[in-house]
Design a binder for this molecule. Structure first.
Ligand code: ATP
Length: 285
């Protein structure tokens, strides 16, 4: 469990990025911090691994303040995946993934073998192991970034807009991969995005932030969609624009769900499916 207790961060130029922030992040779940640019998401994430220290308040991991931990050792024990992958350009893929374990004292040969296994874990072919990052697609680079984040087998994985720079199709693949990884590896994931759809897709717990990291609402996706806490939240998640309203359209093939634009969103499972639809039930996409 990660806990923020009355955490504030004022930068040297006077910017109050985080103002008295309190949050419990449960273990082995995905918590998504979502908010517009400048709301303080990255600052919050970086306070977990001491890339940024708070001006006041504490961040605790399993009851121990991170301020009592040595920053470099702490950073190496927590996975970190950032936008544009953050790979070292002059290192091959396998060496990029093996870097942190080697720094932690794992023999290079062992670390490289584990790195190859991690390429399998994130759905990459081992053929790319000896390529340099510039020889990979954006999606492959991000997968290598995830493999690198997992390399020290951390309990906690911090992901800062990791899929912000890839095209929508690759992004959707990487999102599904993240859901699979979380299911298989059981990590505590803290994920930053400005995309509410990504937040609802990935988050067990979603934290909607306003400027100064003020919490507008925290809850599961369904709690937030069913009961937005304020006009700000309703606007942010698109309720007021009808973006999330689905309705039933009766067709000769049976009832289907359509979105506010009239696009098919899926088949209603517990509705009143016709004989034609009964053979081919599916959930809403
Ligand atoms: N090192 C710094 N010095 C001064 N101000 C900073 C520093 N880092 C961040 N800030 C400011 O703190 C506020 C929060 O920044 P932060 O990067 O945490 O927001 P964010 O929600 O992650 O934004 P984005 O989505 O654009 O990355 C912003 O106003 C930003 O300009």
């Amino acid at each position: 469990m990660i806990e923020f207790r009355s955490v504030s961060k004022k930068f040297a130029d006077g910017t109050l990025a985080v103002d008295d922030f309190n949050l419990v992040i449960p273990s082995r779940k995905t918590t998504v911090l979502v908010g517009s640019s400048g709301s303080g998401k990255t600052t919050l994430l970086r306070m977990i691994n001491r890339m940024v220290d708070p001006t006041s308040g504490t961040v605790e991991i399993d009851g121990e303040s991170v301020l009592d931990r040595q920053p470099v050792a702490l950073r190496r024990s927590i996975g970190y995946v950032m936008q544009n992958s953050g790979l070292l350009p002059h290192f091959t893929v396998v060496d990029n993934v093996a870097t942190v374990p080697v720094l932690n004292g794992v023999p290079r040969k062992v670390a490289r073998q584990q790195a190859l296994e991690l390429l399998d874990t994130v759905g990459l072919n081992r053929d790319i192991a000896n390529r340099y990052p510039s020889q990979l697609s954006g999606g492959q680079q991000q997968r290598v970034g995830v493999a690198r984040g997992l390399a020290a087998n951390p309990n906690i994985l911090l992901m800062d807009e990791p899929f912000g720079a890839v095209d929508p199709i690759v992004r959707a693949e990487l999102q599904q991969e993240t859901i699979r990884l979380q299911r298989d590896l059981d990590k505590t994931i803290v994920f930053v995005t400005h995309d509410i759809d990504e937040a609802f897709l990935l988050g067990d717990q979603v934290v909607i932030l306003e400027k100064g990291a003020k919490i507008a609402q925290v809850g599961s996706p369904s709690e937030i969609i069913e009961n937005p806490a304020s006009d700000f939240v309703a606007d942010f998640i698109g309720v007021d624009k009808g973006k999330r309203s689905l309705s039933i359209k009766h067709t000769p093939g049976g009832p289907i769900l359509v979105d506010s634009e009239g696009r098919a969103a899926g088949v209603l499972v517990d509705g009143e499916p016709s004989a034609a639809a009964q053979g081919e039930r599916s959930t809403v996409a």
